[in-house]
Design a protein around this ligand. Structure first.
Ligand code: 4AD
Length: 441
C-alpha cells in the first residue's frame, strides 16, 4: 500500500477503508482497552488521532511508543466521534519503527526559543518550527513564481568570487585559488551582466557577511533575492520591490494559512494587523533629505544621533515606518558618501539613486538602486573611492558596449520570514543559523 500524508487525510472528503501513514508520536494516552495516539508526519501542523485497540498484535510494544517514537500505521479513516477533529484512524496494524527514550528533549510542553536553538537539529519537530520551515519552503517557491510569471530569468550567480560588491570589506576570505577569493556578499554584479543580456533576471541564493554585528536581524550566512532589470529606472525598481513584498504576504496568507495562524496566536498578536496594513497600503516614497528633518523633529532620544550625511540606524528606520508614517516607507536618493560605487549619481552630484524599503516590525527589508550606466561617471566614482579598475575590467566592459539604464535590489529572505511570522530573531527563521561564534550543526 502506498503511504498517504496526514495533510491529505485531514482534508479528506470521505472515509477510506484502508490507509497507510507513517510519522512520529506527539502524544499517547491510554484508556481502558485502547490507546489514543496523536501522530504527526510533518506534512502539516495538524496531527491525526489513531485509535489502537488492545487486541492488536504488539500492543505491549505500542504502549512503549512515547513522544518522539516513529510508527507505521495501517487503518480505516473514519469520521471522528471526538470534538476538535473531523477524521481519525481506527488502526488495523501498528508497526513500531523505532522508539524514543524518555530523555527525548521535546516532551510535550512549551520550550523557549533560546533552548530550541541549542537543539536546532530537533526543533523542526515542534509545532512552531515545523510551521516556520514549511512557510520558508512555500515562500521560496513563491519568489520563483513571482518572477517566472513576470518573465524574469533565474541566474545562478557564483558563491565564490574574486570581487567585492558592497565595498564594505566584510567578506569571508578563502585560501585556495592562488588569488584573492571570497564568499559572495551579493550576486548583483553577476546579475547586472545578465540583465544586460537577458533583460529581466534575478538571483536567489546564499550570501555571506563577515560583519561582527551580533544583532537579532543579521546573520553571517543569509539568503538574498536579487532582481536586476534592464531599461528600468529607480521608480520602476521601487514598483517591483513594493509589489514583491505584497505578493509574498498575500501568498503566505493564502497558502500557509494554518501555519501563519499559529504565529498570530502564539508569537505576535499584532501580526495579522501589521500584514494587513502592509498588504493594502501604498508605500510612502520619501527622499533621504526629507527624512532627516522628520527624525530631527521627532523628539525621540535615539542611541545614535542622526544628521545630514549619516546613514540611518535601525532605530531611525523603525521610527519612520512604525511611528511616523505607520506604513512601509521607501527611502531614496541617499548621500553618495554612504553608498557603494555602483549606484547612479544624481544631477545634484551629491546623492545617488539608492532606494531602501523599510517595513514596520523589521526596518530595512530591501536595499537597491538604479545603477551607474555611464562609463566615465562610474570610473570617476571608483577612482574617488580608491578602487582598482583592473579588477573590475569586465564590469566596466558592460558600460562600454551597449550600456543601458538598469536597476535592481536585494531583499533579505530571512527578513521577509521575520516579517511574515513575527519572529523577532533571525536565528529562528533559518534552519541552522550562522552568527558570530555559532557554527554548531
Ligand atoms: O542593502 P544590501 O547590503 O544590498 C546589497 O547587497 C545589494 N548588492 C543588493 C542589490 O542591489 N542587488 O542588502 C540587501 C538586503 C538588506 O535590505 C537586508 O534585507 C538583507 O539584504 N541583509 C541581511 N539579512 C540578514 N543578515 C545580514 N547580515 C544582512 N545584510 C543584508
Amino acid at each position: 500500500m502506498k503511504r498517504t500524508k496526514i495533510i491529505a487525510l485531514l482534508n479528506a472528503d470521505a472515509p477510506t477503508d484502508a490507509v497507510l501513514i507513517m510519522g512520529w508520536v506527539r502524544t499517547r494516552r491510554d484508556a481502558k482497552g485502547f490507546s489514543f495516539i496523536e501522530l504527526n508526519d510533518g506534512s502539516c501542523l495538524g496531527n491525526i488521532q489513531i485509535i489502537v485497540n488492545e487486541s492488536l498484535p504488539d500492543y505491549e510494544k505500542i504502549k512503549k511508543a512515547n513522544t518522539g517514537a516513529a510508527l507505521s500505521v495501517t487503518g480505516e479513516l473514519i469520521a471522528s466521534q471526538g470534538a476538535g477533529q473531523t477524521w481519525e484512524i481506527r488502526a488495523t496494524e501498528v508497526k513500531v519503527i523505532s522508539l524514543a527514550p524518555d530523555d527525548y528533549p521535546l516532551q510535550k510542553k512549551r520550550h523557549s526559543d533560546e533552548f530550541l536553538r541549542t537543539i536546532a537539529h530537533l526543533r523542526p519537530r515542534t509545532n512552531k518550527y515545523g510551521a516556520m520551515f514549511r512557510i520558508r519552503s512555500e515562500l521560496s517557491y513563491a519568489v520563483h513564481k513571482f518572477f517566472k510569471d513576470k518573465g524574469f530569468y533565474h541566474i545562478h550567480s557564483p558563491i565564490i568570487t574574486g570581487s567585492d560588491c558592497e565595498g564594505a570589506g566584510e567578506m569571508f576570505q578563502l585560501d585556495f585559488f592562488g588569488d584573492k577569493a571570497n564568499l559572495t556578499v551579493s550576486g548583483q554584479l553577476s546579475a547586472e551582466m545578465f540583465a544586460l543580456a537577458l533583460g529581466d533576471v534575478y538571483t536567489f541564493g546564499p550570501t555571506f557577511r563577515a560583519e561582527n554585528s551580533n544583532t537579532a536581524r543579521h546573520a553571517a550566512e543569509f539568503w538574498m533575492i536579487e532582481p536586476e532589470m534592464a531599461f528600468c529606472d529607480i521608480s520602476g525598481n521601487m514598483d517591483i520591490g513594493e509589489e514583491l513584498v505584497k505578493y509574498l504576504i498575500d501568498y503566505a496568507l493564502t497558502n500557509c494559512k494554518q501555519d501563519i495562524e499559529l504565529f498570530a496566536k502564539f508569537v505576535d498578536k499584532e501580526l495579522m494587523n501589521r500584514l494587513e496594513i502592509i498588504r493594502t497600503s501604498s508605500f510612502e516614497r520619501l527622499p533621504y533629505k526629507d527624512a532627516i528633518p522628520i527624525l530631527l523633529a521627532s523628539g525621540k532620544k535615539f542611541d545614535y544621533p542622526i544628521a545630514f550625511g549619516k546613514d540611518l540606524q535601525s532605530e531611525h528606520e523603525r521610527y519612520l515606518t512604525e511611528e511616523h508614517f505607520k506604513k512601509p516607507v521607501i527611502l531614496y536618493n541617499y548621500p553618495k558618501t554612504i553608498k557603494p560605487f555602483y549606484m547612479r549619481l544624481n544631477d545634484d552630484n551629491e546623492t545617488v539613486a539608492a532606494m531602501d524599503i523599510l517595513v514596520p516590525g523589521i526596518g530595512e527589508i530591501v536595499g537597491g538602486s538604479q545603477r551607474e550606466e555611464r562609463l566615465e561617471v562610474l570610473q570617476a566614482r571608483m577612482k574617488q573611492m580608491g578602487m582598482a579598475e583592473e579588477s573590475y575590467w569586465w564590469y566596466l566592459d558592460s558600460r562600454r558596449f551597449g550600456t543601458v539604464p538598469h536597476s535592481g535590489f536585494g531583499m533579505g529572505f530571512e527578513r521577509v520570514l521575520m516579517l511574515i511570522t513575527g519572529a523577532s530573531n533571525i536565528r529562528d527563521v533559518i534552519p541552522f543559523p550562522r552568527t558570530p561564534g555559532h557554527i554548531e550543526f
